[in-house]
Write a new protein. Structure first.
Length: 171
């Protein structure tokens, strides 16, 4: 075996098949799609992932039941009080920005939730969206303060708008 024979017949950059370039190319007129039929026109590439040959697709045949919490559920970063004690100094302010800077709250979330797991020995001020009862007691016992960020107000959707009273004609 010669080193020159190893890659013989292997084409690394195969030429693109140029269709629809006239009779002489061998792929002219219908460009290899045949004449008429479903796949002769553009936009009918096979296989479409959910295409079932024209029969009613599965996701439209099965019944739809239940609901999703997706429109109102909120995702919170959960942080234990013991982790805050190890990462923050005496008199520090603990909020969403400082927790992200320290690395206790990574990624997107709707707020911070502090749990009472662990012990706290330092006086800190906490300003987050939710603090458990046990965590609040531990922070206050250590001489710190707890401030809860109120949730955003719910949007008012007035479906039944009150019509103004009609003005009477005459007098």
């Amino acid at each position: 075996m010669n080193i020159s024979d190893i890659n013989q017949g292997i084409v690394t950059h195969q030429k693109l098949k140029r269709v629809g370039r006239g009779i002489g190319s061998g792929h002219g007129k219908t460009a290899g799609r045949g004449s008429k039929g479903q796949y002769a026109s553009a936009g009918a590439r096979f296989p479409r992932f959910f295409f079932e040959g024209g029969q009613m697709p599965l996701f439209r045949r099965i019944p739809k039941r239940g609901f999703s919490h997706g429109s109102w559920d909120k995702a919170f970063h959960v942080v234990n009080i013991g982790d805050i004690d190890t990462c923050f100094a005496e008199g520090a302010l603990v909020d969403q920005a400082t927790l992200k800077a320290v690395g206790l709250a990574r990624g997107p979330a709707d707020g911070i939730r502090i749990l009472g797991e662990g012990e706290i020995t330092k006086k800190i001020s906490v300003r987050v969206h939710h603090v458990t009862k046990s965590a609040t007691e531990k922070i206050i016992a250590a001489g710190g303060t707890v401030e809860i960020i109120p949730p955003a107000p719910k949007p008012v959707r007035n479906k039944m708008k009150v019509k103004p009273p009609k003005k009477s004609k005459g007098k």
